[in-house]
Design a protein around this ligand. Sequence first.
Ligand code: C5P
Length: 229
Amino acid sequence: ARLWLVVPAAGRGRRMGAELPKQYLMLAGRPVMAHTLARLHQAFPAARLCLCLDPDDAHFDPAWVPFSHWRRSDGGGERADSVRRGLASIADEANDSDWVLVHDVARPCVRGGDLTRLYAALRQDAVGGLLAVPVADTMKRDDGEGRVAVTESRLGLWQAQTPQGFRYGLLRRALDEAAMRGLEITDEASAVEALGFSPRLVPGRRDNIKITHPEDLALADHVLAAQRA
Ligand code: C5P
């Protein structure tokens, strides 16, 4: 079975409030996207990459792609649509038993060791799984009016990260089915769960942050420096 990397990078990053989509903001001298692709390539130099980009993207530079086997595919309206289109775009080459790791372009700090550990764990697994960390904060649910309705127990709660990895056939079926049923899917695992499977939680690291808000960029800068030290 081959390994495919699907990197959704078609987000416009509205929450960043920046002029550039967040994957193109500069981080330690290079765009966020270049960091993310370099980390994936270091861990999986022989993998094939499918990069999901906004069809109107005016900032992408193929010089940031270190993979020899790669293609771009058009993103969709939501992250799950981008991934689904990416999977459809590799159908000519991918087999149902191939592994697919989906990784957000906005997670440039993922460690190489965690990437290889995740992939090793998945290959022993019948379903697939994801990097995740136990929730550290106390979780409140609001009442819709700015007050606490209830405090949720954080016992056994995990924060889902990426990569998330599944076999091509299962993942495609899961995302197609979720789209058909109109399910609101914010990660691959939840689509697979909706088919009745239980993805494996592979403990990751807290520093695999997702750049979402402007202050996250400074945090990512710090994480990269700390990882180098
Ligand atoms: O906005 P958010 O941080 O949830 O986006 C997660 C990832 O999904 C990012 O890598 C973003 O570029 C990607 N995305 C996408 N297509 C969309 C929306 C988000 O590829 N329509």
